[in-house]
Design a protein around this ligand. Structure first.
Ligand code: NDP
Ligand code: 8X3
Length: 259
């Protein structure tokens, strides 16, 4: 049976758009109290307002850049001024930059992907772990990707980053064994968010083309998966969940409807 998270504190990184914003609304609807971080404060404020509208008694926001240790420490310090306990941590901040083969890849893209998806995840987890109650049904849910499970051309750094996320999740499960803190990797396939816009550096047409003729996942689908994982009974750990559109049989086996 699902446990109630009403009144519990949920911390979400990358809550200004996509999965993070949808998760804020979904946990808000469960009457969770929210700590939301990202770089774009206007978008973060809008996500917080939507979460309050959905039912969150509190949806607090603070600037967070997961690529900077000082920013992560400042965010965690701010979180501590609001609550002594973070019951659910959702490490979601991240994304892809570029789709070039390694032969012509750019340092700044590789660095951005590894800084956010890998080092950001490590930094935030290190900073928040001391606030997570033991033996109380707490959860860490990391957003991975199908990209971390099989390679594709142009995806070297992103696939490596998400493969890193999966290994970090598995490592943490070993390190946290005995604490009662649950940890899982939620690994979506193609989903319609701002992911493509970021990957293709603002090229809206190219970003949209990815979804031509398919019914991709929506951010809300992933948010529901996060809610499901976090509301299992405290003795149940969802290790890994792969969630894809029915039109996406494998990363590059995508059925596109013509009408
Ligand atoms: P969006 O681009 O809509 O959301 C990405 C979020 O990450 C934004 O809120 C952004 O906020 C935040 N973010 C990016 N860089 C930083 C940073 N340095 N510090 C703090 N926050 C940051 O895309 P999605 O919702 O799709 O992406 C969320 C996660 O899901 C990512 O980890 C992505 O890799 C993963 N994913 C996406 C899939 C998809 O097809 N959409 C499939 C599988 C996984 P801001 O820019 O305001 O800082
Ligand atoms: C995003 C999914 O297949 O575009 O993580 O890499 S994919």
């Amino acid at each position: 049976m699902a446990i109630s998270l009403a009144g519990k504190w949920v911390l979400i990184t990358g809550a200004s758009s996509g999965f993070g914003a949808a998760a804020a609304a979904a946990f808000g609807a469960l009457r969770c109290q929210l700590l939301l971080g990202a770089r774009r404060l206007d978008r973060l404020a809008a996500a917080a307002a939507a979460a309050r509208q959905a039912g969150a008694p509190q949806a607090l926001v603070h600037a967070l850049d997961v690529t900077k240790t000082a920013s992560v420490q400042d965010f965690a310090q701010w979180a501590r001024t609001n609550t002594s306990a973070v019951d659910v941590l959702i490490n979601n901040a991240g994304g892809a930059h570029g789709l070039e083969p390694v032969a012509v890849g750019r340092d700044e893209d590789w660095e951005a992907m590894l800084q956010t998806n890998v080092l950001g995840l490590l930094r935030v987890t290190r900073a928040v772990l001391p606030m997570m109650p033991k033996d109380a049904g707490s959860s860490i849910l990391n957003i991975g990707s199908v990209a971390g499970r099989s390679a594709y051309e142009g995806g070297a750094a992103y696939c490596a980053a998400k493969a890193g996320e999966l290994i970090i999740t598995q490592t943490l499960r070993l390190e946290l064994n005995g604490t009662g803190i649950r940890i899982g990797s939620i690994d979506p396939g193609m989903a319609r968010t701002e992911f493509g816009l970021v990957r293709f550096k603002g090229d809206q047409a190219r970003a949209e083309k990815v979804y031509d003729g398919i019914h991709p996942l929506l951010a809300e689908d992933v948010a529901e998966a996060l809610v499901w994982a976090a509301t299992r009974p405290p003795h149940v750990n969802i290790d890994e969940m792969v969630i894809k559109s029915v039109d996406q049989a494998a990363t590059f086996k995508v059925f596109r409807r013509t009408q």
